[in-house]
Design a protein around this ligand. Structure first.
Ligand code: SAM
Length: 260
């Protein structure tokens, strides 16, 4: 069996830091309980350890309890290649389930950063406490999606800001910048892609369930974001975001075997 394929089958777990010279690594806390109780793994079973530097090791479980899993490191594995394009998704926050779905799917598709924001027609309104819970929840989804999809590290998710702050944050960043707008009549994603050679950094803005108003689109245009249509059908926000990321990752990224 091709080694790459076997590595794709073994279960993967993130740890803070792998120190190769220690020859062992210990997982504690919720992840240890998950391995011991939920997955019922045991001594002698193999798994893959990954840390935030992208280091990867195949290891074998030496001892296990619901508090601590001790792993003997067997061999170092190649880091998964990262996409040749950096993708930043600026997403208006959505109701619970569509937002969870969006975080999971865009994580699997290999984006680098999610900048959640609130705009005029945002439907869901969260107070400070609920917002903190939501951030924890989205980061947990991103963590599990990173394990499942063999990413180097989970997608980064920054704190929620308002639309104006988002544009200020992105000012001066060298990238292809676009905003998905269903009322755009001149420019669509295909012409935008055709008018640019391969780009290394892409920043795309997707609106809330209620869409953007004219003045938000005008402000985004002044900030260097090109309004772009995705055709005549009105897509749900999460669908538009996933489709946009898929097209960019296919066109300029790694949704292929090209780089492997
Ligand atoms: N305001 C719209 C309405 O209800 O008629 C719908 C907004 S749509 C559900 C949510 C977001 O998805 C939009 O703000 C836009 O960013 C994106 N979107 C959906 N369909 C699109 C399309 N055909 N072209 C460009 N963007 C689209």
């Amino acid at each position: 069996m091709k080694s790459g394929l076997r590595d794709k089958i073994l279960r993967r777990f993130f740890v803070d830091k792998i120190r190769a010279k220690d020859r062992t690594c210990t997982i504690t806390g919720a992840e240890a309980k998950h391995i011991a109780v939920v997955l019922s793994m045991g001594p002698g079973e193999r798994l893959i350890l990954m840390d935030s530097d992208g280091s990867r090791f195949q290891g074998i479980i030496e001892s296990i309890s619901s508090r601590e899993v001790r792993i003997r490191l067997e061999k170092s594995l190649p880091k998964p290649p990262s996409s040749p394009i950096e993708i930043i998704l600026c997403q208006a926050i959505l109701k619970s389930r569509p937002m969870d779905y969006l975080v999971q799917k865009t994580s699997e598709l290999g984006i680098d950063l999610i900048l959640p924001f609130v705009s005029e027609r945002t439907v869901i309104r969260l107070d400070k406490g609920r917002l903190a819970n939501k951030m924890r929840h989205w980061r947990e989804i991103a963590y599990n999606a990173a394990k499942q999809s063999n990413r180097r590290r989970p997608v980064k998710i920054e704190s929620v800001c308002v639309f104006k702050e988002l544009l200020a944050k992105l000012e001066g960043q060298k990238a292809l910048k676009m905003v998905l707008w269903e009322e755009e009549e001149k420019r669509d994603l295909r012409n935008l892609l055709e008018s640019y050679p391969r780009v290394k950094k892409f920043i795309g803005i997707v609106g809330p369930e209620g869409g953007f108003n004219q003045s938000e689109i005008a402000t985004a245009s002044v900030a260097g974001f090109t309004p772009v249509s995705f055709g005549n059908r009105i897509l749900r926000s999460e669908t538009a975001a996933i489709a946009m990321v898929s097209v960019i990752q296919y066109e300029w990224g790694d949704l292929s075997l090209r780089n492997l």
